[in-house]
Design a protein around this ligand. Structure first.
Ligand code: AKG
Length: 262
């Protein structure tokens, strides 16, 4: 998939591009079928919710142990735009699934820029990476969609970030209230709504967050973090599932590779 000039302009202006239903039903099904096994892994790559240890808050690294998720990360529909937006070869710095179970099992995320953790903890030199959000489930107005502040990347990396004291098993640098109020007043807030299989290509310093999922329905999203190869992280503190150390440029598979592998 090749982005058009107007899509590139939109990305520069708004900080993200959203494609409803970029994956078809068979592809979505292949990913959804993997979820029970992924969620039941005992490993440290599964981070529980603080107030509900039975529920997973984050599952890191699924592309390394689930074949459908590995194939997803190499689809030309994702890799092509990632390389185009970053203007060079890319590797996968991190992947994480946020399963966001229903009935308030999936707790909120304070407003933050993802780049904070990668920069401060993993030593990523520049915000030259992308957060690609792939909807595993339908994201509706009622099941706690991801909320973004369009255009907030134009303010750059905010120096008001603070380490979130409640983040256990992962790092989250959130922004202070005054800064967030200003950004929201200037730019508004948008909810990413779409069917399972929708994909958002998002700049790594776009401010985003989400509320508790009080609906009965799960709202899982896979976040694939593509980083420019020349922007590889220098830190080594975090484990394989949070800070991948293989900087080999990714090579796309066939565009029907996820469908055929099912
Ligand atoms: O999926 C969500 O609700 C928010 C997740 C998020 O902001 C993150 O993982 O950086």
């Amino acid at each position: 998939m090749q982005l058009t000039r107007s899509q590139l302009e939109e990305f520069n202006r708004r900080g993200y591009l959203f494609f409803p239903g970029l994956l078809d039903g068979r592809e979505v099904n292949a990913l959804q079928q993997e979820m029970p096994e992924i969620l039941s892994r005992p490993g440290p790559e599964v981070v529980p919710e603080k107030d509900n240890p039975q529920a997973a808050r984050l599952v890191f690294g699924a592309h390394l142990y689930s074949e459908p998720f590995r194939r997803l990360s190499l689809l030309p529909r994702l890799l092509g735009p990632a390389r185009q937006l970053l203007k060079e070869e890319v590797y996968l710095h991190q992947s994480r699934i946020n399963p966001k179970p229903g009935m308030a099992g999936g707790a909120s995320w304070d407003w933050h820029q993802d780049y904070g953790a990668w920069h401060v903890v993993d030593g990523m030199p520049e915000p030259r990476c992308l957060m690609v959000a792939v909807f595993i489930d339908d994201c509706t107005p009622v099941n706690s969609p991801l909320l973004v502040v369009p255009g907030s990347h134009r303010d750059g990396f905010l120096d008001s970030i603070q380490l979130h004291r409640d983040a256990k098993g992962y790092s989250l640098y959130h922004i202070d209230e005054a800064t967030f109020r200003r950004l929201a007043e200037e730019n508004g807030i948008e909810a990413l709504i779409g069917p399972a299989g929708s994909v958002c290509f998002c700049h790594s310093i776009v401010v985003h967050g989400s509320a508790n999922n009080v609906s009965p329905w799960r709202r899982a999203i896979m976040y694939l973090i593509y980083n420019a190869v020349s922007n590889a992280c220098t830190g080594t503190d975090r484990p394989w599932f949070q800070n991948q150390r293989d900087f080999t440029p990714l090579r796309p598979i066939e565009d029907d590779g996820l469908r055929r592998g099912c």
